[in-house]
Write a protein that binds this ligand. Sequence first.
Ligand SMILES: Cc1cc2nc3c(=O)[nH]c(=O)nc-3n(C[C@H](O)[C@H](O)[C@H](O)COP(=O)(O)OP(=O)(O)OC[C@H]3O[C@@H](n4cnc5c(N)ncnc54)[C@H](O)[C@@H]3O)c2cc1C
Length: 232
Amino acid sequence: MVAGARQNYASRLAQDGLDLIEGEAHFTGPKFEGSHLLSAIGRIPNTEALTLEAAGIRLNDHGFIEVDEYLETSVPGVYAMGDVKGGPAFTHLSYDDYRILHANLIGHEKASTRDRIVPYTVFIDPQLGRAGMTEREARAQGRAIQVAKLPMSAVIRAVETGETRGFMKAVVDADSGQILGCTVLGSEGGEIMTMIQVAMLGKLTHTAMADAIFTHPLLAEGLNTLFAMFDA
Ligand SMILES: Cc1cc2nc3c(=O)[nH]c(=O)nc-3n(C[C@H](O)[C@H](O)[C@H](O)COP(=O)(O)OP(=O)(O)OC[C@H]3O[C@@H](n4cnc5c(N)ncnc54)[C@H](O)[C@@H]3O)c2cc1C
């Protein structure tokens, strides 16, 4: 999977399927070979016909409606929610936008999008689940972190079921031990990531996860091993 590729050049080989070269035809970067090519080129918002500028509602360069952390547009009292506001396009995020708007329009306390953890699962085989900060994002912010990565081949249930592809990875704050983010690529990766996400919501530390008793032999048992990899 090549994320964020701007332009691809693919040539069909006579017998060997596709030969994908990232970038222009003359690009000398990494070369990938495979039998199929799926190109995910993104989506555009359906805002053009609405002439929102006439109402003073600002759009960004890609046509998405600009909102603040309360989902309010550039016109006070007018809100936008879901895909049309840009950012990650997920059903669960659109649902959560409803929670924010409900609170801000008829609730008693203001709700913000600022600190929400936005997880996602890519339904490839095996699944890829992600939540919170990536290692790169945490390092870019200059945070002191610890990182642990466990191959699925070290998870007993994965060995038993014969699906040992992938890994579990967690990023924790070096000072507090709190979990900042996780990636699980593997069998039921989205479900396992969600367990770690719940721990993040509860602000559990890596020690709490290492010491918790998880049923043997579940995939979740691998979380004991993953979080035991951190320095105490
Ligand atoms: C192929 C595909 C697979 C996806 N799989 C997943 C997934 O597995 N998990 C996940 O979380 N997300 C997935 N998504 C993304 C998810 O569908 C969107 O994030 C979600 O539907 C956004 O909800 P929304 O209410 O903001 O917009 P939408 O669901 O797009 O709803 C917008 C509605 O507004 C209507 N509309 C548009 N213009 C006008 C107009 N001018 N006047 C009146 N009505 C209008 C549209 O007809 C539509 O009914 C997938 C998307 C696609 C395309």
